[in-house]
Design a protein around this ligand. Sequence first.
Ligand code: COA
Length: 227
Amino acid sequence: MRYPTRTYPPFSTVQSVPHFGYCDEVSMDQLVHARAALKSAAEARGLKFSFLPFILKATSLALSEFPSLNAHVASDVSEVVHKGSHNIGVAMDTPRGLIVPNIKAVQERSLLDIAAELNRLQTLASAGKLEQADLADGTFTLSNIGAIGGTYASPVLSVPQVAIGALGKISRVPRFVGKTDTVVASNIMTVSWAADHRVVDGATMARFSNAWKGFLESPVSMLAHLR
Ligand code: COA
């Protein structure tokens, strides 16, 4: 069966999957600076450079540590296939509604390359011109609902994928510095993960989220994985 406008299967199928949610907050302070430092270089290449290229790269790096989350599961749970390529879907709000193209092989792409592909997919999605190839073979999904607003969300699994994350709006809020009583203004983004509890346990999701959060809170740590 094909879903020409959405990659989501019928909700009855999704709702039959026992899933759990896991939420955390991420300090985006260092990422705000990293993005500002690279934005003009991207714009010189004609690219819009949002936070998503970093977030997609961090997701891929964390998936490398937790390959069981980059997987497809058979509807009867008879088989779980760990996918080699990180084809990360990005939920897009378009004049025609929600659509979820995916960026293929994020693990092999640079930040600029990810930005270029994101720009291409966003342009095609807005024009209603995405190809089936852009929609097929996703292995994991992110929904940046925070681009519109909101703090938390409950993302719906894109079965047969086993996990999805929704990103909240980056907000400037007060936070303590470490274990001190000093309070500073911090750029905080929440993440709300959902995972198929038949094949993913909460501890795995929490460890994955910790790894992902570590990359975003210290973007320089991603450099260690440059090839
Ligand atoms: N918090 C704060 N600001 C954010 C943000 C967030 N979570 N996400 C994006 N922004 C900012 C961007 O940095 C950009 O700012 P700038 O103009 O200073 O550069 C601005 O908002 C616009 O970003 P956008 O064009 O939306 O780019 P993006 O790469 O961050 O996101 C899409 C692209 C396609 C994912 C996004 O536009 C979208 O459609 N989101 C909605 C997804 C959705 O509907 N999910 C629900 C599924 S049920």
